[in-house]
Structure formats: structure tokens, C-alpha cells
Design a protein around this ligand. Structure first.
Ligand code: MTE
Ligand code: MO
Length: 198
């Protein structure tokens, strides 16, 4: 791994290298936006290296304590959006309820249409990591991930899978959709970890 020197930072120190702040909320993804007609057919599967695999309904998700975080989005394509308030379930609460086994070191996030993203377990269970159902006080819109998306604000935003349907705990680190196409396995914006060689 090569830890390059940040090329530039803004004066406040709040925006990572080579990012530009926008007040817009761009919509970015591969594939199609799902529109759910019947939420009773929606579920979230939690499986892999866990003692208690779970199939959670949206009501089950809402029954977890609501957590709220405020943080900045950093997309690998170069835009950052500051001060986003998210509401959802702490990813750590899901991991605890599923009783993740000691051997687990990584997580695969499974979204609609087979889209995936991978991240280390330590990043998944970070205090600021959410499975979010609301943004700035409103339910997620279909374009931004309704009904549930990951929010891992300390990593580039491609790790924050929209339209989450599965969380799989694994021993090894399996590259997801963008990671198979050369993106970084971790993706820390402060270290400029955009591509696998960064
Ligand atoms: N399911 C899914 N989630 C995804 C993506 C995707 O293609 N599919 N793209 C990621 C990328 S690259 C970004 S920048 C953010 C964009 O989220 P937004 O459209 O809410 O701004 O979603 C991430 N989550
Ligand atoms: Mo992105």
C-alpha cells in the first residue's frame, strides 16, 4: 500500500484532499432505482459468520433504538456535501444482535440487483456507522436509497450502499462491485484511498 502525501487540503481542514464542496445532493449509482410497492415483501438478511442469522422486516429495523449522526459525505468522484443528518440503526447494534463470530473480519453489503460493497468489520461497527432510513429529517427518497442504506461517513461514499438487502460477515475481504473494478478495499478519503494502488 502506498500512502501518498495529500496533494491539497482546504483551509478549514474539514475537506479531504482533492474534494470540492457542493450544497447539492447528487444522485450516483449503477443500475436502476427500485420502487417498492409492498414493504411487507422487503427484508434485510443478516448472515455469514454470526451465531444468530436474522431476516429483519422494516418494522424490525425501526424497532431498534434510533440513532442520529451528523457528518460529511465524500464521493470518490470529487464532491463533498457537509452537515448531513442521518437517522437509522447503529450498524454496531445489528452486529451485536446477530452475535458476530470472532473469526469475522469483514462485511459485504448486498444491495438490490446484486450490487455489493465490502468494508472491514471495524469500519462497519464504528460509532458513526449507520443503517439509515432518514436524511435531514425526511425518509430516504427512492434515489437516495429508500428504505435503507448504509452510511459510513469516514469512508468514501461508494461504501454507503443504497437499497440494502443483505449484510454478510466474512473471514476474508471479498472485493465488491467497484472494488472489483479497481477501487480501494478500504477507501479512507483522508488518505486519498481512491484506487487499489493508492
Ligand atoms: N446499491 C448501490 N448503492 C450505492 C451505489 C450504487 O451504485 N448502488 N453507488 C455508491 C456511490 S458511488 C455513491 S457516491 C453513493 C451516492 O449516494 P447518493 O446517490 O445518495 O448521493 O451511493 C453509493 N451507494
Ligand atoms: Mo461515488
Amino acid at each position: 500500500m502506498f500512502f501518498g502525501k495529500p496533494k491539497q487540503t482546504d483551509q478549514s481542514g474539514r475537506v479531504p484532499p482533492n474534494q470540492n464542496v457542493t450544497t447539492k445532493f447528487p444522485v450516483l449509482h449503477a443500475g436502476n432505482v427500485p420502487y417498492y410497492k409492498d414493504m411487507t415483501k422487503w427484508n434485510l438478511q443478516v448472515y455469514g459468520l454470526v451465531d444468530e442469522p436474522m431476516l429483519l422486516s422494516f418494522n424490525d429495523i425501526k424497532a431498534f433504538p434510533t440513532a442520529e449522526t451528523k457528518n460529511d459525505i465524500h464521493c470518490v468522484t470529487g464532491w463533498s456535501r457537509l452537515d448531513n443528518v442521518w437517522q437509522g440503526v447503529r450498524a454496531k447494534d445489528i452486529a451485536e444482535k446477530a452475535q458476530v463470530k470472532k473469526e469475522a473480519g469483514f462485511v459485504i453489503l448486498h444491495a438490490e440487483e446484486g450490487w455489493t460493497a465490502n468494508l472491514p468489520l471495524a469500519d462497519f461497527i464504528a460509532e458513526t456507522s449507520l443503517l439509515a432510513y432518514a436524511h435531514n429529517g425526511e425518509p430516504l427518497t427512492p434515489e437516495h436509497g429508500f428504505p435503507l442504506r448504509g452510511v459510513f461517513p469516514h469512508l468514501y461514499f461508494w461504501k454507503s450502499a443504497k437499497w440494502l438487502r443483505g449484510i454478510q460477515f466474512t473471514k476474508e475481504n471479498h472485493p465488491g462491485f467497484w472494488e472489483q473494478n479497481g477501487y480501494h478495499m478500504r477507501g479512507d478519503p483522508w488518505q486519498n484511498q481512491r484506487f487499489q494502488w493508492d
